[in-house]
Each structure stands twice: as C-alpha cells, then as structure tokens.
Design a protein around this ligand. Structure first.
Ligand SMILES: NC(=O)c1ccc[n+]([C@@H]2O[C@H](COP(=O)([O-])OP(=O)(O)OC[C@H]3O[C@@H](n4cnc5c(N)ncnc54)[C@H](OP(=O)(O)O)[C@@H]3O)[C@@H](O)[C@H]2O)c1
Length: 392
C-alpha cells in the first residue's frame, strides 16, 4: 500500500467514525419527534372526543316550566333548522343591567357563523352544541326596568345598541352597549345599527379617514357598506361605491359620489387612486388593491363578501391575512380589525342619525317566527342594507 492509499483509508475511516454517531443522533431525534407528535395527536383526539360529548348548554333549564314566560329565539343545537321560537323565563336585570322590551333586532354575518358552528370556532363557541343559546345581538327597544347601579337610563327610555339574546320579547343589556335612540328614526332602523354601524365607523377610523380624502367602499350595498358610504360622506370624503347593477341607485341615493358596477367593471383596473379602500369583499389580490391605493393609502380589510360561508370565503380570509402580514414592510397598509362594542361610537352614530347624515337602510323585515327564513335570506350574501326581525 502506498502512502497516498494509506492516507485515504485513514481519512475514510475517520469520516465513517464521525458519520455514525451523527446519524444515530439524528435518527434518535426523529424517532422521539414522531413519538411526541403521536402522543400530542392522541391527547388532542381524546380531548376533542371528550369535549365534544361533554359539550352541553343551558337550553333545558331555560325552557323548563318558566314562571314568568316570554318568547325568545333559541339556538340549542347547531344549524339554521335548529333555531326555535320558545318560551323561556323573562330575564331579570343584574345590578349593572337594563331590561329592554325589544322592538327590533337585526342579523349580521357573525350570527350565521355562530349558528352554524364553523369547525375552527367550535373550541371557543361549543364543540357539539352552542354555548350561547340566545340568538341575536343588535337591538332597539324601550327600557322596562334598570338594575340598582344603572345611572344613565330610566324606564321608558327608547334605546338602541347591543344586547345578548336580542331576538326575544325582552333582553338585558349593559349601559356600555346602549344609547338613547334618535327620535327621527324608527325602531326597525335603530335595531339595524349595532354591529354594522360600529364596523363601518371603526373600520373607517382604522383607515385614518379624513375630510377631502378619496374613499372607495367595496361591497357598498350590504349592512356594513351602506353605513360606510354614509359615514365616509358625513366625515367629508369623496366616496366611490362598488356594487352590482341592481344596487346602483340605492348607493347613489345614500350619497355615493361615484358608483362602479362590479358586474361591468373591475375597480382595480382603473387609473383612479384612493387614500382609503374599505374592503367588505376581499375579492382582489394584494397587488391589485395596491395598484389603486395612493403611496400611503390604507386598505381596511373589513370582510370577505356577503353573509354565509361561500366556496371562496376561506381563500379570501387567507388572502387578506397574507396581505396584512406583507404590508407591514411597505408604505401602503392593509389592516384587519374586529369591531368592538363602544358606547362613544354608538353615541357618535346617534348624532349622525339625529342630524340626518346617516339613515339606516332596511332591506327586509321578518317576524320572530320567521327568523330561520331571515337567516337563510341574509346568508345568500346579497342583502341590500339590513335584515331586521321585528318583535310584536
Ligand atoms: N371586521 C368585523 O368586525 C366585521 C363586522 C361585521 C361584518 N364583517 C364582515 O363584513 C362583510 C360585510 O358584512 P355585511 O354585514 O355588510 O354583509 P351583507 O349585509 O351580507 O352584505 C354583503 C354585500 O356584499 C355585496 N357583494 C357581494 N359580492 C360582491 C362583490 N364581488 N363586489 C361588491 N360587492 C359585493 C353584496 O351586494 P350584491 O348583492 O350587489 O352582490 C351585498 O350587498 C362580511 O364578510 C362580514 O363577515 C366584519
């Protein structure tokens, strides 16, 4: 054996000696990772199984022989077909609560999501049955009684805002979620304000809206859109509304300066730039939306289209989240937000309505006994303003 061959065989031997323990270590790590993952999966499966079968709600107690009964819409199980008009105990306000005689309640896309129990939401909202059994949150009505710590309302006051279980003859709300109803709008209109009005106002503020700006509202004809157009106008913006042909006159009538019919034209292909894009639909890519934003423009990612789960909904959610993440590094911002109950914002909306600058648009009204039909209609995704439940 030459000295070169000798050197090669020694270096091969060293490499093999080194490789063996490294490979052994890697195999060990892989084996344990797989074992840990399997254990985690089994625990998650067992937890999910137990949580699913243990999941229950207060429906049986609510409906068992009420002594002071009232009619209410209950969601005891998931699914629109499981919404029932039931008799339950009339609520008694807690110290910080107001008891309302409900006159109108309205529906929002979130009511449908909670009712259907989308699987990703189930760990929060109830695995097998909904934890929240009373239906509805937007409300308008008359104060019937107050808890001992309530200072801002008295019996007889006409109010609107948000209250748990609004689709009922009576509901309890807190002072934080209610304000006095303007006298120039009906209970039906006031019942339509809650979530949609707050979403439009808070979303426009999230986009730093200012007078004189060019604002585009995509999805201008629905519950949120009809408020967004009117509030943006009231603040002094120049508003472009995007809607389908049958809603062109509607959005013009509520103040839109320009209207784009999305069935005929794609707003992202135009040369016009906007300071604020209030997007209720999310049906364009980030780069398409960037094209129509000014260099420091903001795209407010309010929603993913009409109420209900549609084949394109999940893709739009993912697209919006990615747009928000990537925009952290550029001049143009894409911002997501979830509307919050806020008394000052409700009071601001009341002033806009009292001054006639905002007027809630009602698409259809349904009786309490027709709530299933109302949800189904809303979930078609083409409401023109708000869908309201009237309480006799
Ligand atoms: N971020 C939050 O906190 C928050 C709060 C409330 C709602 N949201 C979300 O905001 C979105 C809107 O809510 P909403 O209550 O206004 O829903 P909605 O009342 O069901 O209204 C949906 C509107 O979208 C319009 N639309 C559908 N496809 C469109 C398109 N391609 N281009 C333009 N408009 C289109 C429909 O008009 P056509 O009939 O003309 O198609 C309809 O008027 C929903 O996705 C909802 O989940 C978010």
């Amino acid at each position: 054996m030459t000295s070169d061959e000798n050197f090669l065989s020694i270096s091969n031997l060293k490499a093999q000696d080194l490789e063996r323990p490294v490979m052994k270590l890697l195999k060990g790590i892989l084996k344990w990772t797989v074992r840990v993952l399997l254990v985690v999966l089994i625990i998650a499966f067992v937890w999910g199984f137990i949580a699913y079968w243990m999941s229950k709600n207060d429906c049986q107690q609510l409906t068992a022989n009420p002594t002071n009964p009232m009619k209410a819409i209950l969601q005891c199980d998931y699914g629109v077909a499981n919404l029932t008009l039931s008799e339950i105990e009339k609520p008694v306000p807690a110290d910080n609560q107001v008891l309302l005689k409900v006159r109108a309640a309205s529906l929002n896309p979130v009511d449908g999501h909670l009712l259907r129990g989308f699987f990703l939401m189930r760990p929060m909202v109830g695995m097998r049955k909904p934890k929240e059994t009373r239906f509805g949150r937007d409300v308008a009505g008359q104060v019937e009684a107050i808890g001992k710590n309530v200072t801002q309302f008295k019996p007889g006051d006409e109010v609107f805002g948000l209250a748990r279980g609004a689709c009922a003859e009576y509901a309890c709300g807190t002072e934080r979620g209610l304000v006095i109803k303007p006298n120039n709008i009906t209970f039906e209109q006031a019942g339509g304000v809650g979530v949609a009005g707050l979403t439009a106002l808070q979303g426009l503020r999230k986009g730093n809206i200012r007078a004189g700006q060019k604002v585009l509202v995509n999805g201008a004809s629905g519950g949120v859109g009809t408020f967004a157009v009117q509030i943006a106008k009231a603040i002094g913006a120049e508003v472009t509304a995007v809607c389908s042909t049958r809603n062109v006159d509607l959005v013009r009538s509520i103040g839109a300066d320009h209207v784009i019919d999305y069935t005929k034209e794609d707003f992202t292909k135009r040369d016009q730039k906007y300071d604020l894009l209030f997007d209720n639909v999310g049906n364009h890519s980030r780069s398409e939306r960037q094209r129509v934003l000014t260099p420091n423009g903001v795209c407010v990612l309010a929603g993913v289209g009409g109420a209900g789960m549609h084949p394109e909904s999940l893709g739009r959610v993912a697209g919006n989240l990615a747009a928000a993440l990537f925009s952290k590094f550029g001049g143009q911002k894409f911002v997501t937000f979830i509307a919050q109950t806020n008394k000052d914002d409700l009071a601001f909306l009341r002033e806009l309505m009292q001054s006639g600058k905002v007027s809630p648009i009602i698409d259809r009204t349904y009786k309490m006994s027709e709530t299933q039909a109302a949800v189904r209609y809303l979930e078609e995704g083409h409401a023109r303003g708000k869908v309201v439940i009237t309480i006799d």
